[in-house]
Design a binder for this molecule. Structure first.
Ligand code: HEM
Length: 520
């Protein structure tokens, strides 16, 4: 009882503290949530991706205010110049609630890098593991996994008639992605393990009901909720324990030093002393293995599956891509290599489809930071109601950079065709991109992998995997959509799940038709 009282008192102090210093946002416009107690997440979460943030930008402009639980204000900066500032300035760090969540799930690993020096050193170690040179070295594993998928479809197609086969894409892409991460980073085929993928699926597929929605709405304001026993927390602890056993075995087999042939992460962690002057201990190594699996598995699987759905609806894009790929292989009379796929001059259309997919299917809806010092965020688009060209924030202010339905989907940035999936916008000279797009300072003028000191460590790996799988599939197969219409929903674990419109109660699924491609 006393504990409940203390927790309640802490909660009241926390909310008052946040409310009292939010006068700085009083001139910023924004929507009123339907539920003052639970705030905007309560309105956002049950809706499919693609609506609320776009609507808010239309009404309030690029910079506006959202109300969290108890009316606490969060700033939204959907402005390319403002976003570059927030993501690169030392005045902003991961928010307290994000850090509690990440530490709770993964332990004290790379995700907390800005908080303590030790974590910063870990980022240096992991960066080595996912450098472009290392990705090139492990690319053959990615080609083998793409080949395994193609072979499975070919075997099924041998038995099928001209109508082809129906294939559930999320599970197919997840299998490729989990093995890509586990084989290349710690020499282990996770999909062959009966427990691990099932556990990860359970964590990612937390059922959406009134209780989880309330918890999701409140958890940012009361991060202590992450510590309350829940099925998701239990699964996470079990996952770490199970992964810990595997990691121990692999760590011991490799002698804690140079790992097996492709175990880039283990190699780098084993060489930690050489890179940072400090050896990496077992617990930290396991925290990092969990972090890498979580950060890199569903994200890449999601984006691949969503791309195939998009291409299924756009046969002309598939045809153009297939022609480009087969022209290169027939001219050179050999199969595609990693160097071909990453050479934008050799395969410009593949690169354009990749960039357009990364623009329209970015997995994180928002990237969240909190101010740790007073700061003034410069804006390219003035605040709609006041015309101000900057916003001042106080320490503690939560700032959201909206990616997929914000900066990546704003007609003021991309032009009136922003809602079209149009790879052509990326063809030609970089200078021809709209000026506001060039204000997005992140690599490739996209925020899909974030920007600044916390930029995704796996971006070269994810891009290579994406291009290898996509090129392999499109070269050999035609992907067609079926009658069902799919909407995509954000899950609590920041992954994206497709559901059939009108049958949303069914488990996530994405069924597409696969047929032989006729090579011209
Ligand atoms: C298409 C796939 C992927 C997407 C869209 C993606 C996106 C992101 C984003 C947006 C961030 C930055 C979050 C922030 O700023 O707070 C991030 C961080 C991270 N990503 Fe990825 N990622 C992908 C694949 C991968 C892969 C394959 C790996 C590992 C092999 C990976 C490892 C990481 C790690 C370790 C971090 C944390 C970096 C840090 O906190 O210092 N990601 N990712």
């Amino acid at each position: 009882m006393a504990l409940v009282g203390i927790l309640f008192a802490l909660a009241v102090i926390f909310v008052l503290h946040r409310l009292l210093r939010l006068h700085t946002l009083k001139d910023i416009p924004g929507p009123t949530p339907s539920n003052w107690f639970l705030g905007y997440v309560y309105d956002l979460s049950p809706k499919p991706i693609g609506t609320p943030f776009k609507e808010w930008t239309r009404t309030y402009g690029q910079t506006y205010k959202l109300r969290g639980p108890f009316g606490v204000s969060e700033l939204v900066v959907g402005d390319p110049k403002g976003a570059a500032y927030v993501l690169n300035s030392p005045d902003f760090q991961r928010s307290y609630s994000d850090r509690v969540a990440l530490e709770e799930f993964f332990g004290d690993g790379v995700f907390n890098a800005e908080v303590n020096q030790d974590c910063a050193r870990q980022r240096a170690v992991l960066n080595t593991a996912f450098s472009p040179t290392n990705v090139r070295e492990v690319a053959h594993v990615l080609f083998d996994l793409a080949e395994r998928l193609a072979k499975e479809w070919e075997d099924e197609l041998q038995q099928a008639g001209p109508a082809g086969i129906l294939s559930e894409m999320t599970s197919k892409m997840q299998r490729v992605a989990i093995d890509a991460i586990s084989q290349t980073t710690f020499s282990y085929t996770l999909s062959a393990d009966p427990h691990i993928p099932a556990m990860i699926a359970k964590i990612a597929d937390v059922p959406s009901n009134a209780l989880t929605l309330i918890a999701e709405s409140l958890v940012d304001t009361f991060p202590i909720l992450y510590k309350v026993p829940s099925p998701m927390r239990d699964w996470t602890v079990m996952l770490r324990t199970e992964l810990g056993k595997i990691a121990d075995r692999i760590w011991q087999e490799s002698g804690g030093s140079e790992g097996g042939m492709h175990s880039k992460l283990l190699d780098a962690m084993g060489k930690s002393k050489m890179i940072t002057g400090e050896p990496m201990n077992r617990d930290t190594a396991i925290a990092n293995m969990c972090a890498v699996i979580f950060a890199g598995y569903e994200t890449t699987a999601n984006i691949l599956a969503e791309c195939l759905y998009e291409l299924a609806k756009k046969p002309s894009i598939q045809d153009a891509l297939r022609t480009e790929l087969s022209t290169l292989t027939s001219t050179e009379n050999c199969s595609l290599t990693y160097d071909d796929l990453t050479d934008t001059a050799a395969l410009p259309y593949l690169d354009a489809v990749t960039r357009e997919t990364f623009r329209t299917k970015a997995v994180l809806l928002t990237i969240t930071r909190a101010a740790v010092a007073p700061s003034t965020i410069p804006l390219a688009f003035p605040v709609k109601s006041t015309g101000a060209t900057s916003v001042a924030v106080e320490p503690g202010q939560v700032v959201n950079v909206p990616v997929r339905d914000g900066i990546h989907a704003d007609p003021a940035i991309w032009g009136e065709d922003v809602d079209e999936f149009k790879p052509e916008r990326w063809l030609g000279e970089e200078e021809k991109l709209p000026e506001a797009v060039r204000m997005i300072k992140a690599p490739g003028h996209l925020l899909t992998f974030g920007d600044g000191p916390k930029t995704c460590l796996g971006r070269y790996f994810a891009t290579a995997e994406f291009k290898i799988v996509l090129a392999t599939v499109i070269q050999r197969f035609v992907i067609e959509d079926v009658e069902d219409v799919y909407d995509f929903y954000r899950q609590t674990s920041d992954t994206i799940k497709p559901r059939i419109r009108g049958r949303e109660h069914e488990p996530p699924q994405l069924n597409l038709r696969v047929k032989w491609a006729e090579i011209a």
